[in-house]
Write a protein that binds this ligand. Structure first.
Ligand SMILES: Cc1ncc(C[n+]2csc(CCOP(=O)(O)OP(=O)(O)O)c2C)c(N)n1
Ligand SMILES: [Mg+2]
Length: 350
């Protein structure tokens, strides 16, 4: 534990009461299903059924632990990496993948799910989270915003502005940095000279907490404590979850070009799903039959997703020109006319 400028930056505290058995089983099931989802979505990208997929294999503890630590009425502000978080929230898996098949919309209704669209412009979601949380605070609405961000995106100006704003306004936000060690090919050591990413909290005047992101129970406790503090008027917290992305950045990336040999294997030994399973088996919370049942459910879930995936409706390409301009500017009118002509010609050929 260390103290920086009067704000506690602590590495995880081990002494906490055990979570209820049902909750621990739920965390395990969600992680196994999340792992199956990552596997299936990566397969879709290889089969050409999905344009792109940023896998979070290895980061399931961060995503599952954080979502289950907040209330369903709290808002999530995810990045492209957070598919498993959205799945854990209960969003239909086909809708979760809409963005990655090239649809112009995010797939789900953000208001109904209390979940913003998955954000690709780095760190902008942090500003949205700070704004929503501050509005909720002013309205007396007990809502917390949980903003996800990667290690690399903490170098963005928007990250700084969001944390500064949230701290000054005591907005109820939990900023969860998944430090998966890389921003595409850029390792953390080339990203920041800070000792840890949690240390950055001190500069904004908010608590910073660093946890083992491959331990779902630690993530759960840290996010839960931060959310409780935010809800009771204590302002925002920065949580750094130290983890590792076991796959490439997306299917368009070759991680063998920048990872030191043996690194991924070392992290695979700290696999969050295996760790939780071993622990719950040792504690008698799960037995081998229960583990087999969860595995079978996850396999069935992936098979059903695969069967449903290609059934979803094909969209009209002309939708590209809707919903942005009330009146299309001339160059887009021209493009729309060209596309309409191309589609009509293709239709005649069929
Ligand atoms: C403003 C902005 N700049 C650059 C990019 C291109 N880009 C996409 S992902 C990425 C790396 C982000 O790394 P990190 O924040 O660590 O998140 P991770 O992908 O590891 O989850 C970059 C540079 C972008 N999407 N938005
Ligand atoms: Mg990263």
């Amino acid at each position: 534990m260390s103290v920086l400028s009067g704000y506690e930056v602590r590495d995880a505290t081990p002494a906490r009461p055990a979570l209820p058995t049902e909750l621990r089983r739920r965390l395990h099931r969600a992680m196994v299903v999340g792992r199956a989802f990552n596997r299936q979505a990566t397969a879709f990208s290889r089969q050409g059924r999905l344009a792109v997929y940023p896998s979070s294999r290895g980061q399931e503890a961060c995503q599952v632990g954080s979502v289950l630590a907040v209330r369903p009425t709290d808002w999530l502000f995810p990045t492209y990496r957070e598919s498993v978080a959205l799945l854990t929230r209960g969003i239909d898996p086909v809708e979760v993948l809409s963005l990655f098949r090239g649809d112009r919309h995010c797939g789900y209704n953000p208001r109904a799910e209390h979940t913003a669209p998955q954000c690709t412009p780095l760190a902008t979601q942090c500003l949205h989270a700070a704004g929503l949380a501050d509005a909720a605070r002013m309205a007396g609405d007990p809502v917390v915003a949980l903003a996800y961000i990667g290690d690399g995106a903490t170098s963005e100006g928007d990250f700084h502005e969001a944390l500064n704003y949230a701290a000054v306004r005591r907005a109820p936000v939990v900023f969860l940095v998944q430090n998966n060690q890389y921003a595409i090919s850029v390792p953390l050591a080339k990203q920041t000279a800070a000792r840890t990413l949690a240390d950055k909290a001190a500069g904004y005047g908010m608590p910073g907490v660093r946890v083992d992101g491959n331990d779902v129970l630690e993530v759960y406790h840290a996010v839960r404590e931060a959310a409780d503090r935010a809800r009771s008027g204590g302002g925002p917290t920065l949580v750094e979850a130290v983890t590792y992305r076991l796959e490439a950045h997306t299917n368009a990336d070759d991680d063998s070009r920048y990872r030191p040999e043996g690194e991924a294997e070392d992290w695979a030994d700290r696999d969050p799903v295996v760790r939780l399973e071993e622990r719950l088996l040792a504690e008698g919370v799960l037995d081998t039959e229960a583990v087999a049942e969860v595995e079978a459910a996850a396999t069935a879930f992936a098979a059903e997703l695969s069967a449903r995936f290609d059934e979803s409706p094909r969209r009209d390409p002309m939708e590209l020109f809707q919903h942005v301009y009330h009146q299309l500017p001339p160059h887009l009118r021209e493009q729309a006319a060209r596309l309409a002509a191309e589609l009509a010609a293709a239709h005649e050929e069929e």
